[in-house]
Design a protein around this ligand. Structure first.
Ligand SMILES: [Zn+2]
Ligand SMILES: [Zn+2]
Length: 346
């Protein structure tokens, strides 16, 4: 089968290869024919990164890709909830121990035993994906496979907006970064009855136009941002999301939230890892800093339901699709940030 494989830890050491089809390794695993595999911002970051550090998310040699949808091709003998032909999305947390505090509270992403599909073990930039059957979630007939490939980024956004951010009906929320995650956050906030505002640079005009057409207030980032927020919302915001992952945005997020507001950290800078914080201001204004990393199985189920219910809206943030062998063009396009979610078609 054709795959895109990260060969070594060396930056950009990725190749399009033909390798033998994988065999289901255990009775409770399945083999899925991948229909769509989205390119995540983290795939781009990892592509350029040296992955030799012990805390590197990507562990080469490995096939990346964690945002996929597909059709069950074959199942092990002890698989009962899905069968060949079912349309599925597979969440990315394989083999959590199932008995630690994190597993028992649904926070599989924090289990020290769990493996990430597309980071620790082979992912979806391939014709076939093998994974534990319990990771597979059947998708409704009405939901297209392409839109379903947004489940992972939407589940991460649901983590930020609902599970950690606790955004409630009528609340105002400023989202920094009109990329696919920021857009999913805005649509999830809207679905929750909150009022989102998107902040982006002039460079992201195309994306902002699409979001504006979806009824989301979009503003260009500048020095008067807090003033603009007050002008639009009538006050500072209840919450802000950093969906960019930069110290500059982190500080701006503080400037646009009211006292007792929440700053939700949806991404963190991979290079400049130490941010400086005016703790006196955080303390006196009683701002909550809420990191929301990865996703939960519960969030995946919610994401599938939300995609089904708001399919028309989410379809607007689907970008161009490329055959797997054109991965270089696809990565370049994703990096250009002109389009929304770029998909590979293995
Ligand atoms: Zn992702
Ligand atoms: Zn565990």
């Amino acid at each position: 089968m054709k795959v895109l494989k990260r060969i070594s830890s060396r930056p950009q050491d990725m190749k399009f290869l033909d390798i033998p089809e994988p065999v289901i390794p255990r009775k409770d695993w399945i083999k899925v024919k991948v229909a769509y595999a989205g390119i995540c911002g983290s795939d781009i970051k990892m592509f350029h990164k040296d992955c030799s550090e012990a805390d590197s998310k990507l562990k080469p040699p490995v096939i990346p890709g964690h945002e996929s949808s597909g059709i069950v091709w074959e199942t092990g003998s002890e698989v009962y909830h899905v069968k060949a032909g079912d349309r599925v999305v597979c969440h990315t947390m394989a083999d959590p121990c199932g008995c630690c505090e994190y597993c028992l509270t649904g926070n599989w992403g924090l289990c020290s035993k769990r493996k990430g599909i597309g980071s620790d073990i082979n992912g979806a930039f391939a014709e076939y994906l093998i994974c534990p059957a319990k990771n597979a979630i059947k998708i409704p007939d009405q939901l297209s496979l392409k839109t379903a490939a947004l489940t992972e980024p939407l589940a991460c956004s649901i983590r930020m907006i609902e599970e950690i951010g606790n955004i409630r009906r009528g609340e105002t929320i400023v989202i920094f970064g009109p990329g696919p995650i920021g857009a999913c956050c805005a649509l999830a906030a809207k679905a929750a009855g909150a009022v989102p505002m998107m902040v982006g640079t002039e460079h992201s005009g195309h994306r902002m136009k699409i979001l504006a057409d979806l009824g989301i207030q979009c503003v260009t980032n500048d020095e008067n941002l807090a003033y603009r927020v007050k002008e639009i919302f009538g006050d500072l915001a209840d919450a802000a999301v950093d969906a960019v992952g930069s110290e500059k945005v982190f500080h701006q997020a503080f400037q646009v939230v009211r006292k007792l507001g929440r700053v939700i950290i949806g991404a963190a800078d991979e290079v400049n890892k130490d941010y400086s914080v005016n703790m006196q201001k955080v303390f006196s204004r009683q701002i909550k800093i809420l990191p929301a990393c990865s996703s939960t199985p519960k969030g995946w189920h919610e994401a599938v339901n939300m995609l089904k219910q708001y399919q028309d809206e989410f379809e607007k943030i689907l970008g161009k699709e490329y055959p797997l062998q054109m991965w270089r063009d696809a990565f370049q396009k994703a990096e250009s940030r002109e389009d929304f979610k770029i998909m590979l078609r293995p």
